[in-house]
Ligand binder design. Structure first.
Ligand code: ADP
Ligand code: MN
Ligand code: MN
Ligand code: MN
Length: 347
């Protein structure tokens, strides 16, 4: 039986990679599993990943999803390798820490664009100011085709086995959000990349582009930017937690502020001004239910004895989720390591 395998990878563009993909038709007797999928290659000189003189890069399948839009189709998330089999420098996935018990929930905000402006914007100027668009209903607020796109995307994600947890219309006209939950730093980010891929591919049919820029309308007008709030928890945070551990964690986050910002998406200074949505880029704050803080602590976290999950509001819509989850885990693990050292001295 012929299967259509869509090999998907991230290219070498800076500061953020683009999704690329190509189809491989392969014969299998039954539905293939990940370990049966062959290595493949592509022309890295066309994706800013190699010189023309030695252009081959390799695609190593790392996650497999049914492709809901294709008969006998699969979506194959890949890592890019050099010809000697080591990770390509652009391969952020290979470089990050991982922990299957670290859970992540991404809130992906984005704009739908047509002919160079957000859906529902008039040819000249701006629509009515922000206010009624967030979670809005009715043609004047959400237009005609956006909801259809958003609904189809939900079904595509569900059928691909991706834990999409919800969607909502956002604060700006033409702006939307979907939420993806995943377990493991690599796996959760794989699922977000595939959810982005499905949205981009779906929108081709509508002549609509997905704009992931964090501040697509610029800073001179009063229109919201797009974030990628990242909710996270580890086994320790969910089951043990406690005020003292929480304080140690926040102090580690504070110390590593710049390292986090470096992983949270380019041009974040346009969005993290301190005026909207989160704290300023050179600040680090946290607070209960505080949507103006860098890290928001849900009420449920405090009520359960400082146990549960936290929301880092700083990552932006364009960020590479591998770098976000990897960095969050690295900071968390530095606290665990410190606690172990202290315990060893106390013993
Ligand atoms: P907001 O109120 O900030 O808009 P959302 O409802 O959009 O919140 O998103 C909440 C996110 O938190 C979801 O992506 C969900 O998957 C995530 N989440 C819930 N529980 C956990 C947990 N224990 N660990 C990590 N993420 C979680
Ligand atoms: Mn949300
Ligand atoms: Mn939102
Ligand atoms: Mn949020």
């Amino acid at each position: 039986m012929k299967f259509k395998l869509e090999y998907i990878w991230l290219d070498g563009y800076e500061p953020v990679p683009n999704l690329r993909s190509k189809t491989k038709i392969v014969d299998f007797e039954t539905e293939p599993t990940l370990d049966q999928l062959p290595l493949w290659n592509f022309d890295g000189s066309s994706t800013r990943q190699a010189d023309g003189s030695s252009s081959d890069c390799f695609l190593q399948p790392v996650a497999l999803f049914p492709d809901p839009a294709r008969n006998r189709g699969h979506l194959v998330m890949c890592e890019v390798l050099l010809p000697d089999g080591t990770p390509h420098p652009s391969n952020n996935r290979a470089a990050i820490a991982d922990d299957p018990d670290a859970w992540f929930g991404f809130e992906q905000e984005y704009f739908l664009y047509k002919d160079g402006s957000p859906l529902g914007f008039p040819k000249e100027g701006f629509p009515a100011p922000q206010g009624e668009y967030y979670t809005g209903v009715g043609f004047k607020n959400v237009g005609d085709i956006a909801r259809q796109i958003v609904d189809e995307h939900i079904d595509l994600c569900i059928e691909a086995g991706i834990a999409i947890e919800g969607v909502n219309a956002e604060v700006a006209k033409g702006q939307w959000e979907f939420q993806i939950f995943g377990k493991g730093a690599k796996r959760a980010a794989d699922e977000l990349w595939i959810a982005r891929y499905l949205m981009l591919r779906l929108c081709e049919r509508y002549g609509v582009d997905v704009n992931f820029h964090p501040k697509p309308l610029g800073v001179d007008v009063d229109w919201n930017g797009s974030g990628l709030h990242t909710n996270f928890s580890t086994k320790h945070l969910r089951e043990i937690g406690g005020e003292e551990y929480f304080a140690a964690l926040m102090s580690a986050f504070s110390e590593a502020r710049d390292e986090h910002i470096a992983c949270y998406g380019p041009e974040n200074d346009l969005r993290l001004t301190g005026l909207h949505e989160t704290a300023a880029i050179d600040d680090f704050t946290y607070g209960i239910a505080d949507r103006g803080a860098s890290i928001r602590i849900p009420h449920s976290f405090v009520n359960s004895g400082h146990r549960g999950y936290l929301e880092d509001r700083r990552p932006n819509s364009m960020a590479d989720p591998y770098r976000i989850t990897g960095r969050i885990l690295q900071t968390i693990e530095s606290v665990t390591a410190q606690a172990l050292i202290e315990d060893a001295f106390a013993a």
